[in-house]
Design a protein around this ligand. Structure first.
Ligand code: MEV
Length: 314
């Protein structure tokens, strides 16, 4: 075998963003939109990448330079993933990668993490290294930390395990939850958010009041724990209530935006159980849990605010 295609789902954060970076738990879920990577062994001693979705065409680098020098932003995750895999197993082989995405990298569904997972999984199959899911997680997480410096790794875990998971920073806990289909609506705000910038902005905002920041993270943890029970019991009313509480704390962290607030308000005014931003904030998507008979009116209300409904089945 010298060519493998692997796909992995994108993610949405249900509860616990930001706090999860600092050793607290979160709950996240996979969406049906996927990222895929075809990885092929090559005779040429190069690393080659085609990633049309992010405008990378015929990128090529000698293996001896892998991971070194200036790496274009949209190449970093793929190149560092290969470098880390090769380092771990003392390999050095020409490699050709082509990636494809069902979703835009602008939406915050975790395309970088998903592509990292696809590549590590494909290399694992090509070189028969028999990695466990946790080892795939660890190698992918190492890659993400190397590229962006900070992050909880929850998006990697969702790409590997799928479904809905209860997750703790760095994969200390990855617990798949038994849930029926969630009554979920996703609205895209139209702006791309940069996770690292937002993580930094939270730290900056609370530089003079680290005590309140800790309290907020603790309150978020309580919401996540209650949210786990509510979701496992299919208690959407309570899940929605918890989403609203989580959103208030995210607003206090300073990561919501007027557009996200307007979309959330519209969802609530039209019968959603609850709504919040999902992910780093500053743009990307909001989510809502919605009773079946209110689905259309909530979707229409979000659309009226200028949001775009994204059809995801989790
Ligand atoms: C970003 O989608 C969610 C954050 O909690 C960052 C992370 O968990 O890596 C802000």
């Amino acid at each position: 075998m010298n060519k493998v295609t692997i796909s992995a789902p994108g993610k949405l954060m249900l509860f616990g963003e930001h706090a999860v970076v600092y050793d607290h738990p979160c709950i996240a879920t996979a969406v049906n939109q996927k990222m895929s990577a075809t990885v092929e062994l090559s005779d040429k001693p190069d690393f080659q990448l085609n990633a049309q979705d992010v405008k990378i065409k015929d990128y090529k680098k000698p293996l001896s330079q892998l991971g070194k020098g200036e790496i274009p932003k949209n190449v970093k995750f793929a190149e560092i993933a290969v470098k880390n895999f090769f380092e771990k197993f003392n390999l050095n082989n020409g490699i050709k990668i082509e990636t494809h995405s069902d979703f835009s990298s602008q939406m915050g569904f975790g395309s970088s993490s998903a592509v990292t997972v696809c590549i590590i999984k494909a290399l694992d199959q090509l070189f028969n290294t028999n990695l466990t899911n946790k080892e795939i997680f660890d190698l992918s997480y190492k890659t993400v930390l190397e590229v962006q410096g900070k992050g909880s790794g929850f998006d990697i875990a969702v790409s590997i395990y799928g479904g809905t998971i209860y997750f703790q920073t760095g994969g200390k806990k990855i617990e798949p939850l038994k849930t029926p289909q969630l009554p979920l609506i996703v609205g895209y705000s139209g702006t791309k958010a940069d996770t690292v910038t937002l993580m930094k902005s939270v730290i900056k905002k609370f530089a003079d009041n680290p005590k309140r920041l800790q309290e907020i993270y603790n309150e978020i943890e309580t919401i996540v724990k209650k949210g786990k029970q509510a979701i496992e019991n299919s208690n959407w009313q309570q899940s929605g209530q918890l989403m609203n509480e989580n959103q208030k704390l995210l607003e206090e962290l300073g990561v919501s935006t007027p557009k996200l607030n307007a979309m959330i308000k519209a969802a609530l005014a039209n019968g959603a159980y609850g709504a919040k931003l999902s992910g780093a904030g500053g743009g990307d998507c909001m989510i809502a849990f919605v009773p079946a008979d209110k689905l259309k009116s909530v979707e229409n209300a979000i659309t009226k605010t200028g949001g775009k409904i994204i059809d995801v089945i989790n």
